[in-house]
Design a protein around this ligand. Structure first.
Ligand code: NAD
Length: 313
């Protein structure tokens, strides 16, 4: 059996596969065209969320039995086509919960205290001026969580420790279930109107695509902070740029952008209208799960799922 690994994943995964006699090739970010070329040889594809695994790739994957996603979301895979071909898709749902929640707190703190901007002004401009960086404390603010599943619940727990009031919108959970996660249930529009900071932790689907656009930004409190920590497709980035430029958004934090799921290894330059909007904006290149602890946990989860699914001896 042969496995192709196309992202930086825990070394535990190739080690485990090799110890079970699987031949492993590691080719980090080879790009969709190369994957299309080499995929016919492989039984197992191990990846995170880039590039999209579409019908064009799956049609050529004549030996593929499993796609193991070392992450939570699997929307980048054509599920219908994979099902037609009997390809199992597995993920590591619990692996990155705490890591993403801590990064969320990091961005919340950053956008309230401006330490990156302060650092740049000190080091790059040689200015030592505390009055440029008056911030806000999290204590006493209201945090609106859109999607209070594993990650959202952990964010609620951490933010509660900071003294924030938590409200949450999650149509799939009852008022009581949301209360048990430390939050008060709200409809999306109510949450947007009441929260000082809003953070998104839900799967990407037809329902949640572009769920934050111009209308939703206009519903937010003036100067509110928005974080998208789940998938680029949840937000209309032109609307976010408008929010920043107009000052309607007091801050924007993102760990994901729409463009990241494109096949950038072809040389296209990464772009989002928010890059040029100015205002308080912090972005990271989808590093929510990138901690040693999360990668080890994901490595253990994926390795044991592969052994079980493929009956490896
Ligand atoms: P989860 O399934 O435990 O929780 C998702 C929650 O969203 C559920 O409670 C669900 O009911 C709710 N939901 C679904 N549709 C909704 C809607 N339209 N409006 C409001 N709530 C809705 O998933 P999780 O482990 O908490 O992960 C959440 C998302 O975070 C993933 O789908 C993934 O896209 C993203 N994620 C990002 C990173 C990263 O590195 N930044 C890492 C892991 C996961």
């Amino acid at each position: 059996m042969k496995a192709l690994i196309i992202d930086n994943v825990s070394p535990m995964i190739p080690e485990t596969l090799r110890s079970h006699g699987v031949e492993v090739r590691i080719e980090v970010m080879p790009g969709a065209e190369v994957i299309k070329e080499i995929i016919p040889d492989y039984d197992i594809l191990i990846m995170r969320v880039v590039p999209p695994i579409d019908r064009a790739i799956l049609e050529r994957a004549k030996n593929l039995k499993v796609i193991a996603v070392c992450s939570v979301g699997t929307e980048h895979i054509d599920h219908a086509c994979a099902a037609e071909k009997g390809i199992l898709i597995m993920n590591a749902a619990m692996g990155s919960t705490n890591a993403v929640a801590e990064l969320t707190m990091c961005k919340l703190l950053e956008l309230n205290r401006h330490t990156m901007r302060a650092h740049r002004e000190v080091v790059e401009d040689g200015i030592w001026e505390k009055n440029h960086f008056k911030g806000h404390e999290l204590k006493g603010q209201t945090l609106g969580i859109i999607g209070i599943g594993r990650i959202g619940s952990r964010v609620a727990e951490l933010a509660t420790a900071f003294g924030m009031k938590i409200i949450a919108c999650d149509p799939y959970l009852t008022k009581e279930e949301i209360a048990a996660r430390g939050a008060e249930k709200k409809e999306l529009n109510e949450l947007l109107a009441e929260a000082d900071c809003v953070t998104m932790h839900l799967p990407l689907s037809k329902d949640s695509e572009n769920m934050i656009s111009y209308e939703q930004i206009d519903r937010m409190k003036p100067g509110a902070i928005l974080l998208n920590m789940s998938r680029g497709g949840h937000v209309d980035e032109d609307a976010l740029a408008y929010g920043l430029k107009s000052g309607k958004l007091g801050g924007l934090g993102m760990d994901v952008i729409k463009d990241e799921v494109g096949d950038l290894t072809g040389g296209d330059k990464l772009y989002s209208p928010v890059f040029e909007a100015g205002g308080e904006f912090v972005v990271s290149p989808h590093i929510g799960a990138v901690t040693a602890e999360a990668q080890n946990k994901i490595g253990r989860i994926i390795s044991s799922q592969l052994i079980e699914a493929l009956h490896l001896e």
